[in-house]
Ligand binder design. Structure first.
Ligand SMILES: NC(=O)c1ccc[n+]([C@@H]2O[C@H](COP(=O)([O-])OP(=O)(O)OC[C@H]3O[C@@H](n4cnc5c(N)ncnc54)[C@H](OP(=O)(O)O)[C@@H]3O)[C@@H](O)[C@H]2O)c1
Length: 290
């Protein structure tokens, strides 16, 4: 697959989204953010992922503005937190995010977590925000197949993106297939397992074969599956290393070997995740073969 750092996927409403970008959760102070965004822009990153919950939208916006880059070249994602879900709340939250980012619009606005009883009204607000041009696309995060099925019964507007924790160690084949079948772009967060699984022998072996690092193998695996990926890195060395994945590819066998590493691993506290899930939904998804 011939891809570059500028490669995009076309979302279900026709807009282009980069396949690769920078996560910004826990980036550090203002100077760290500035250094990370300067380095990332220099490497060719154009997608930046933030959220009101990260409390860094001001810093992200300021660092991007300081670079003088044309806004239209960027793809900015932000998210509405669980206490920002509701018809009035979500509109207000989006306006707050835009104020902090000092932007007229975001490219993608997401429901951060499907808080029970609250996300359907938030989705209504998001479709209005889309119509008003406050965002170019709307989507969801941490939605399971059941949430997506319920959403499809509630609204004629399907999410453009579902951002979920996704890696070889958390490979939800059924969710990936559902999203492909319904023209919802899957986007991976915590693609590096925050470093927890970076020394796995299968990963090390594939990395050695390609003279790449385990992080570069984890990221390329996402691209081979057509999943958008947003590794977070604050160190300039990591930011550059993560972007250096467009000069090689993984074989079908290597992709399958990585998919076989699934162990439903998660960086998210299980009690936190459980409050959003329908009973039994998660393990049922994971039992599907890749
Ligand atoms: N929607 C959601 O609920 C949700 C949840 C979590 C995250 N996210 C988004 O997804 C982004 C990425 O996920 P994440 O931050 O949880 O975890 P991640 O990207 O899996 O891992 C980030 C960690 O990996 C390190 N790292 C980066 N590149 C590396 C490399 N080449 N080699 C070794 N270590 C490397 C970073 O170190 P340094 O920083 O020191 O470079 C940092 O400690 C977030 O920043 C956020 O934007 C969304």
């Amino acid at each position: 697959m011939l891809l570059t750092i500028a490669s995009t996927t076309t979302l279900n409403n026709g807009i282009a989204m980069p396949l690769f970008g920078l996560g910004t959760f826990r980036m550090g102070d203002e100077a760290d953010m500035r250094r990370a965004i300067d380095t990332a822009l220099d490497c060719g990153y154009r997608l930046f992922d933030t959220a009101s919950a990260y409390q860094n939208e001001e810093e992200v916006g300021a660092a991007l503005r300081a670079n003088g880059i044309d806004r239209r070249e960027l793809f900015i994602t932000t998210k509405a937190w669980t206490d920002e879900l509701g018809v009035a709340e979500t509109r207000e939250a989006c306006e707050g995010s835009l104020r902090r980012l000092q932007m007229e619009y975001v490219d993608l606005y997401l429901i951060h977590w499907p808080a029970k009883g609250r996300w359907p009204a938030a989705w209504q607000a998001m479709t209005d925000l889309l119509a008003d041009g406050k965002c170019r696309a709307i989507g969801v995060s941490n939605f399971t197949i059941k949430h997506l099925e319920e959403l499809a019964t509630l609204s004629p507007i399907a999410p453009a993106v579902n951002q979920v924790e996704f890696s070889p160690f958390r490979y939800d084949a059924a969710l990936l297939q559902y999203c492909r079948d319904h023209d919802i772009q899957l986007e991976s967060y915590s693609p590096l397992t925050r470093g927890a699984k970076i020394d796995h022998p299968v990963l090390l072996d594939i990395a050695r074969r390609h003279v790449k690092t385990p992080a570069q193998v984890l990221l390329r695996w996402q691209l081979e599956l057509g999943v958008v990926v947003i590794p977070k890195a604050s160190s300039p060395r990591h930011i550059r290393e993560n972007a250096d994945i467009f000069d090689y590819s993984l074989s079908t066998d290597e992709v399958a070997a990585l998919c076989a590493l699934n162990e439903e691993y998660s960086i998210v506290n299980p009690e936190w995740r459980a409050q959003f899930e329908y009973p039994g939904a998660l393990s049922k998804n994971f039992r599907q073969p890749h």
